[in-house]
Each structure stands twice: as structure tokens, then as C-alpha cells.
Design a binder for this molecule. Structure first.
Ligand code: G6P
Length: 366
């Protein structure tokens, strides 16, 4: 199939397209010297920013939403992420809100329904989507395109990374907009924009140097796989586990690192690898290393995804290394390693990687 450009699967092609996709997403949108982003399509929104935001999304896009909500909160803007199908069951929000639907296809029924619910409640809506002219883009008040290019593999890869980058641009736009005087303007904005510019090259480095294929072969017939991460690495743990389940058909679960001990630790044995995402050397990393020690003491094989700044390697059987980067971009680098782990395990097991059983690229029923 020429569409795969020599790759065995669209998924692997799309994983490898990430550096290009991220450059596309950033292109013309960042003024690093000025420390500003330029999102012309969102001028109205940035001119009159919301007091709080709510995200609605499904699947992989929900994990991007969790990350996005945390980015907003970090900039002092209250934000929550909802699984789209749950949104209508919640008490309607009051006050000046923006509801953001994160949806690669722009056609997911659950997400469209949540966005319509928001509109019925008189709330302003924004679609963060890959597909120009999609239903979400047409129905929302605003649209922000992630520009990842077409994604054929059912398992979302490059669109997830592009969603995270687009959400960073959105946050910087809204938080630094003309009326943002009420919020402390962070000196860190230039550093974060520089980190976004460096990101495509760092993702390329991960793709070029990853040992995920060997690691995958070592742990093929385990009884279950647990993915853990804290802070910004929590959505990465969830996404790592989801990707793994979708294409390997093996049981996997993702957790906030501190939560594993509250029940699931009962399942941890020498036959359940724990994939731990540990980046940086702060308190967050130290606590996660503590959680890694707990599973290591139960003989679980530990696969650490790390930038080498903590001492997690001392407790790890395998290390998937990522470059040292900014705390907001590191999750994308860790995620690239987890995409490759899922891909190589699925490939070794001979799974139908681009079209996993029971799954559809876009789910148009609620
Ligand atoms: C389906 C796909 C998932 C995707 C989800 C949301 O379930 O199999 O990969 O994450 O829909 O899709 P969306 O297009 O709304 O991002």
C-alpha cells in the first residue's frame, strides 16, 4: 500500500509523522520574541477570555483534555475535563464559561451531544479538531485546528500530540490576552514557547533512538500491564494504557501513580509489568519513585520512561529514555515511547494494528 510510505502500518507511519505534524501545528502561530501566540481564528475569544473552562471529550481526546485542563489551572484559570457522555448528567455550570470539545474527527456523537448541551445552556463553545469543516467545527462558536494531517490508523497517535500542542497555544493565547491583567502574567511564557519550538526535534530524537521494540519483546506474555504517572504524566499513563489495550488486546490499566496502592496493588505480581513515567527531579518525581519502589518490592518488572533526572533507574528493569525538556512538553516525549511500546507488542502478537477488532476511528452513536 503506497499510502503507508514503506511502513508496515499506518499507525507506525503516523507515529513517525509527529515531528512534522507538530511543526505544522505551530507554524505561524508563535511569536517567541514577544512571548505571544497568534491564533487569528480565536481573536474574539482572546479579546474576551472566559473566567473558567470545561472540556468535553472521549477516548484519547479525553486524555488530551485532562492535560489541557491542567494547563489552564496552572495559568490560574479554573478548568475541568469531563468524559463527554457524562457531561449532560452534571449540574449545569453558571457564570462565564467556555466549553471546549476536543475531538480529532469532529464527528464523535458523545462529544457533539455534550457541545450541543452546552449551547442549549447558553454557553460559548470551541472545537479543537483536526478536520476542517467537521460537524464540531461548524456547530461551535469557535474552532481551533490542530493541523495534524489525515490519520488513518484507528489508534490516535499524531493527533493526540498535536492536540496537546494546540492546547498549549490556546492556553497561552487566553491567559496572555489583552484582558488578562487580572491574572499574574507569568515570566515563564517565553520558556514554554521555546520548549514548544524544540519539541518536534526532541520527538524525532525519541523516535530515532527508542529501544521500545526490544523492551516490548521482553514482556510479551504478561498477565497484565499497569501504567502510572503523576501530574502531567497522569494523562500520559492513561493514554499509554489505552493505546496498549486498543491494539494489543492485552489487559492494561493506567493510574495516577499514588492511586495504585489503594486497591490495584493486590494485582501486582512478577507477571504484571509496571510502566512508570517519571520525569524531572522535583517532589512529583520523588513521590512517583516511591510508588515504583512499592511495586518493585512486589517483584513487578519495572519499565521506566524517564529523562534520567530522578533515580528511578535504580529500581527499573528497563529504561526508555527521553531527552530532558520542559515540564509541559515532557509528557509528549514520554507518550511517544509508550506509543512505540504498544505498537511493537501488538506487532509481535500479530494483531490487526490499523483496524483493531470492535473499534472504529470515529464513533457516531451515543
Ligand atoms: C473512537 C476512537 C478513539 C478516539 C475516540 C474519540 O473511540 O477509536 O481513538 O480517541 O473515538 O475520537 P475523536 O475523533 O472525538 O477525537
Amino acid at each position: 500500500d503506497t499510502g503507508k510510505s514503506g511502513y508496515d502500518h499506518y499507525m507506525l507511519k503516523e507515529i513517525n509523522e509527529q515531528p512534522h505534524a507538530l511543526r505544522q501545528c505551530l507554524s505561524g502561530r508563535v511569536d517567541e520574541l514577544d512571548g505571544r501566540v497568534e491564533l487569528e481564528e480565536l481573536d474574539d475569544l482572546i479579546e474576551d477570555p472566559p473566567e473558567a473552562v470545561q472540556f468535553v471529550a472521549c477516548g484519547t481526546s479525553y486524555h488530551a483534555a485532562l492535560y489541557g485542563a491542567r494547563r489552564f489551572r496552572d495559568r490560574g484559570i479554573p478548568a475541568q475535563a469531563f468524559v463527554a457522555s457524562e457531561y449532560a448528567t452534571e449540574v449545569p455550570p453558571t457564570g462565564d464559561r467556555l466549553v471546549i470539545g476536543v475531538t480529532q474527527s469532529g464527528e464523535t456523537a458523545d462529544t457533539l451531544s455534550a457541545l450541543r448541551e452546552a449551547r442549549n445552556r447558553g454557553v460559548e463553545t470551541l472545537a479543537v479538531t483536526n478536520v476542517v469543516g467537521s460537524t464540531a467545527a461548524r456547530e461551535c462558536d469557535h474552532a481551533l485546528y490542530i493541523r495534524a494531517g489525515p490519520e488513518i490508523g484507528v489508534a490516535a497517535t499524531k493527533t493526540f500530540s498535536s492536540q496537546l500542542v494546540a492546547l498549549n497555544l490556546l492556553v497561552e493565547g487566553v491567559a496572555n490576552g489583552p484582558r488578562s491583567g487580572v491574572r499574574p502574567r507569568s515570566d515563564g511564557v517565553r520558556g514554554r514557547l521555546a520548549a514548544l519550538r524544540e519539541l518536534p526535534g526532541q520527538v524525532q530524537q525519541v523516535l530515532d533512538e527508542s529501544n521500545a521494540a526490544e523492551v516490548a519483546r521482553t514482556y510479551l506474555d504478561s498477565s497484565g500491564y499497569f501504567f502510572i504517572g503523576r501530574g502531567y504524566n497522569y494523562p500520559v499513563a492513561l493514554e499509554g494504557a489505552l493505546k496498549f489495550k486498543e491494539i494489543t488486546y492485552e489487559h492494561a490499566e493506567g493510574f495516577p501513580a499514588g492511586e495504585l496502592k489503594h486497591g490495584t496493588l493486590a494485582l501486582v505480581t512478577a507477571d504484571t509489568p509496571v510502566i512508570a513515567v517519571v520525569t524531572g527531579d522535583d517532589e512529583i518525581a520523588r513521590k512517583t519513585v516511591g510508588n515504583v519502589k512499592e511495586v518493585e518490592a512486589r517483584d513487578a518488572p519495572v519499565i521506566a520512561v524517564t529523562d534520567g533526572r530522578s533515580d528511578v533507574e535504580r529500581y527499573a528493569d528497563e529504561v526508555l529514555e527521553i531527552p530532558k525538556a520542559h515540564s509541559v512538553t515532557m509528557p509528549l516525549l514520554a507518550n511517544a515511547q509508550l506509543q512505540l511500546v504498544a505498537y511493537h507488542v501488538a506487532n509481535e502478537l500479530g494483531r490487526s494494528i490499523d483496524k483493531p477488532r470492535n473499534l472504529a476511528k470515529s464513533v457516531t452513536v451515543e
